[in-house]
Design a binder for this molecule. Structure first.
Ligand code: ZN
Length: 140
């Protein structure tokens, strides 16, 4: 299988998975991410105490932004705030195309989003949910 096809399938699979697209009744915070150039409008909803006990998203977006949101949520759900911050940092290092990133493994399937680093229009789609999460975590 071609590597691009493999990446494409992971993105498609994650954008179709709507299990994290829901409201959280007793949520503690919400942050909206809006990307007018593509039309992505995704809000990240979080319930946190000493860890991220629940996290989800609502809104609409393209395959890349919704896949990115789904993968991100699967990665940080149940993690402590510090652990989640580290994952977010590694993700942005990857998107900036930094070399020899330590702990790149923490990104799991989300490494496919590295594909967007040379597509300026799509970087905004891939990073939108992560910017929203970063803001939510910085408030902790
Ligand atoms: Zn988009």
């Amino acid at each position: 299988m071609e590597i691009d096809k493999f990446y494409h399938d992971i993105i498609l699979e994650n954008s179709k998975d709507k299990s994290n697209k829901k409201d959280i009744e007793d949520a503690t915070d919400i942050e909206r991410g809006h990307n007018p150039s593509c039309g992505d409008d995704i809000s990240i909803i979080i319930k946190k105490d000493n860890k991220i006990s629940d996290i989800s998203y609502l809104g609409e977006g393209c395959a890349i932004s919704t896949a990115s949101a789904n993968m991100m949520i699967n990665l940080v759900k149940g993690k402590t705030i510090e652990e989640a911050k580290k994952i977010v940092d590694v993700f942005f290092e990857m998107i900036k195309n930094e070399k020899n990133i330590e702990n790149i493994d923490v990104l799991g399937d989300a490494v496919v989003l590295h594909l967007t680093h040379n597509m300026p229009a799509r970087i905004k789609c891939a990073t939108l949910p992560w910017h929203a999460l970063k803001i939510l975590l910085e408030k902790c």
